[in-house]
Design a protein around this ligand. Sequence first.
Ligand SMILES: Cc1cc2nc3c(=O)[nH]c(=O)nc-3n(C[C@H](O)[C@H](O)[C@H](O)COP(=O)(O)OP(=O)(O)OC[C@H]3O[C@@H](n4cnc5c(N)ncnc54)[C@H](O)[C@@H]3O)c2cc1C
Length: 430
Amino acid sequence: MTEQKVDLIIIGGGPAGLAAAVAAWDAGCRDMLIIERDDRLGGILQQCIHNGFGLHIFHEELTGPEYAHRYINQVYERGIPFQCGSMVVDVTADRLVTVVSARHGLQQFRAGAVILGMGCRERPRGALAIPGTNCAGIMTTGTAQRLVNLEGLVPGRRIVILGSGDIGLIMARRMTCVGAEVLACVEIMPFSSGLTRNVVQCLNDYNIPLLLQHTVVEIHGRERLTGVTLAAVDPETRQPIGETQQYIECDTLLLSVGLIPENELSRSAGVAVSPVTQGPQVDQHLRTSVPGVFACGNVLHVHDLVDEVSEEAARAGQAAVAWLNRTARSVVSDKLEKSPVLVRDGQGVRGIVPQQMTRPVLQDKIHLSFRPDAVYKQATIRVEADGTEVFRQKRLIMTPGEMAVLDLPVNRFSVDTVTELRVHVGVKES
Ligand SMILES: Cc1cc2nc3c(=O)[nH]c(=O)nc-3n(C[C@H](O)[C@H](O)[C@H](O)COP(=O)(O)OP(=O)(O)OC[C@H]3O[C@@H](n4cnc5c(N)ncnc54)[C@H](O)[C@@H]3O)c2cc1C
């Protein structure tokens, strides 16, 4: 098999891959290829037929497919090459990308730069270890969404949803709209892990109960699910409280218990992965620890809003082109610097991205994103540079279900000498 040389390979034709490709093209790259395993471009947005996408970038409320098509059209207009129905099965540290497809068989591309945009997948039942039978009627909310929205099938009539992330909330409303009865949305934490607007529009507006600090402790049914046992959990230990158990008759249990960035390829390339975000560790240019490999979108960290995915991916596309055009005097060096500014999670903060800043830092502001570890009302975000507070900002409310973003002005600290930035969130309410 001959290796094909290409300047830029983009893995994944979802919102991240599409926006990265458009930005890279606009920055001057003409030799690139988007590789997508699905039969069409658009990623998870193809099945998200509800509206609420694009408010930030297009100032319009679009459905998922409409939002995706705005970017797919930009790809067509520019003539950016893409290959669907093609699965990337391996990426090496020297950027040899191996692809399998029915149409082309096995292909290998030697890429100047690679952008990882593989998105994330849902945590399955096996990851939960709920006692009970292995009967039909238990599936992830994403699978149910695909069945209902793309295949026209209704997977059940009496539904319990475990987990209150955005997909679970949206599917509670969707299942109600297709005639099913959603009996409860059950959440082990004391707060929903979804956006507040989704709790209001998808549960409250449809009188669907949200049972906080509850979980499913047993699954019943032989061939098909017949019911689940729920119980309240101890707020400290999160262990079920026996005497609170209640049986609910239902035929379907939808699982919305978290998303896992798809980083098998990143790992095979030797990319360092954060144990907190479960995505690659990156610098402010979205560069991973492997030279010439960049990451953006849900493969990097799970986003709530696709607009943020597109913006982040555009930065990755531009940075990849800067890296391809690097010269001996370029600010985008071959490897990550040995002594960067480390960016750390402080009190109340989980999963800050980027995890480091490479010098020289030429931007006026550094875009940071993270999640608070609990609900904070009248919250304060504080940034310390080597232990000294350099930035403070108030927020009315912060919740783990909503990613916090912060554009940190770089003139607040001495970027040439500082070794560590630490971001904290304070005033915990619940
Ligand atoms: C149910 C649901 C509801 C949502 N609702 C909203 C909303 O209301 N508003 C909003 O702004 N956002 C919403 N989002 C979030 C938004 O859809 C995501 O943030 C966005 O789709 C992430 O884009 P991505 O490109 O990183 O990942 P994806 O959209 O998952 O795209 C990744 C692509 O990579 C491909 N891929 C993966 N591995 C390989 C491989 N090895 N080889 C080739 N291709 C590969 C996949 O097939 C996929 O097409 C929602 C998400 C979901 C799941």
